[in-house]
Design a protein around this ligand. Sequence first.
Ligand code: PLP
Length: 377
Amino acid sequence: MINPRIKSFLNDRKPDEPCLVIDLDHVRRNFDAFRTAMPESAIYYAVKANPHPEVLRLLASAGSNFDCASVAEINMALEAGATANRISFGNTIKKERDIARAFELGVRLFAVDCEAEVEKVGRAAPGSKVFCRILTNGEGAEWPLSRKFGCAPEMATEVLEHAHRNGLKPIGISFHVGSQQTNTEAWDAALESAATIFKEMETRGIRLTMVNLGGGFPTRYLKNVPVLAEYGSRIYGAIRKFFGNRLPDTIIEPGRGMVGDTGVIRSEVVLVSKKSAEDRNRWVYLDIGKFGGLAETMDEAIRYSIVTERDHDAKSPCVVAGPTCDSADVLYEKNPYELPDTLQPGDFVYIEGTGAYTSTYSAVAFNGFEPLKTFVI
Ligand SMILES: *Cc1c(COP(=O)(O)O)cnc(C)c1O
């Protein structure tokens, strides 16, 4: 959120273009909060949420592990100081040569969700540990991950047995309950499935030991969200309920929850206008939009907090749009946004909670607009 350090940095630096400012102290506090709320679980930071080198360096030195989705992300984690045994190649969709490259770099932990992927890992990363991702329904998540990743729980036993046949070490189950998951009970059903799979594998002579609880931990945007401690106690309660006294090792992979609230984007108002004399809503065009890093406003899924320096003035509903010549570049229209009547071109707005899934979503130069710059303070 916007704090005096970020404000004074922006006042001194006066960046000309929209930019993201990340408060590293805040990242450190979030890491410690995860440790406190879920002390039994190893933290694998989801690099894709914000791979800025200083963010990765701080987390590596704090003791984080890393969930990587590509060889490039693995290299970033290594450069930040993580050793290969602290890296998981968590993408279920990998080229065989990328698996081989990760293996050369020392990575020995891979996600799979089907037999074809198991065979690739078996050939390119012999003897490695694998976990099988199972589908969840994503209910309760503001940014659901749908059906793209994971197999039906009933299929996971076959996938894991296939891993064993292919010379790999099947160690457990993973799932992701959907990003910005505001329901602390969303992990229950997947944990119940995981416990069933553990039992079934045991009858096949394979003892699983690990459950990867994924991400989903939310950032506070406009609405309050449960605190991390509530997630921890609900999830650990469900693990005890379904696994009894044979508790598995657990991993969490926070992305948004680790960095979302550590960043603020400052953007400039380019134009305020109306489409007709009767138009009830003003249109406010910012110098950042869907292509400049705010892709999660797709379908108005993520509703950011937008702070202005005129928030004490009267407000009325506005359509908020980006600067590019693509008509899809509208952030909020179905559900207009209340902004001050006095807002005018040249004013700055502060878009809070933008530390995750912004800088990497920014286009390289659509319409000639520079990719979103990140400053770390
Ligand atoms: C994106 C991703 C995460 C991070 O999810 P958040 O909801 O941002 O915490 C974790 N694990 C995997 C496998 C992912 O793809």
